[in-house]
Design a protein around this ligand. Structure first.
Ligand SMILES: [Zn+2]
Length: 126
């Protein structure tokens, strides 16, 4: 079974602090169950590091939060650094879970299109 998982990380470096407010989420973005996990730094790294881009790893950026999305399970899990939550990071990850991409990026739009194509009976199941 194919799983559509999209992951990004918000970085202290600030490179992942903008959501594309000019482009709406897909009209048919599914209603996902949202889970916010406030975790110790080790767990944050475990969840978020794989989502960091190579450039972020090279500059030794530190993740502040990230999301893991599964259309198969219709859920979006967000991870934040327990005790150091930042409302901007929380809002940023919530917007990703709502289908919003970064400016110039189509990761979530593409992942949703790909998943729908692989699951043509999705509409019947709603
Ligand atoms: Zn982001």
């Amino acid at each position: 079974m194919k799983r559509a998982i999209a992951i990004t990380a918000a970085l202290l470096a600030g490179a992942c602090t903008m959501i594309d407010t000019q482009r709406a989420a897909p009209d048919d973005w599914p209603r996902l169950a949202l889970y916010e996990h406030h975790v110790p730094v080790g767990e944050l790294w475990r969840q978020c590091y794989p989502a960091m881009g190579l450039w972020a790893k090279l500059i030794l950026a530190t993740p502040e939060g990230c999301y893991r999305l599964s259309f198969d399970r219709m859920r979006c899990d967000m991870y934040f650094f327990k005790g150091y939550e930042d409302s901007r990071v929380t809002q940023h990850e919530r917007e990703h879970c709502a289908g919003m991409d970064h400016p110039g990026d189509s990761t979530l739009h593409n992942a949703w299109t790909k998943w729908k194509t692989a699951h043509p009976d999705y509409k019947l199941a709603q």
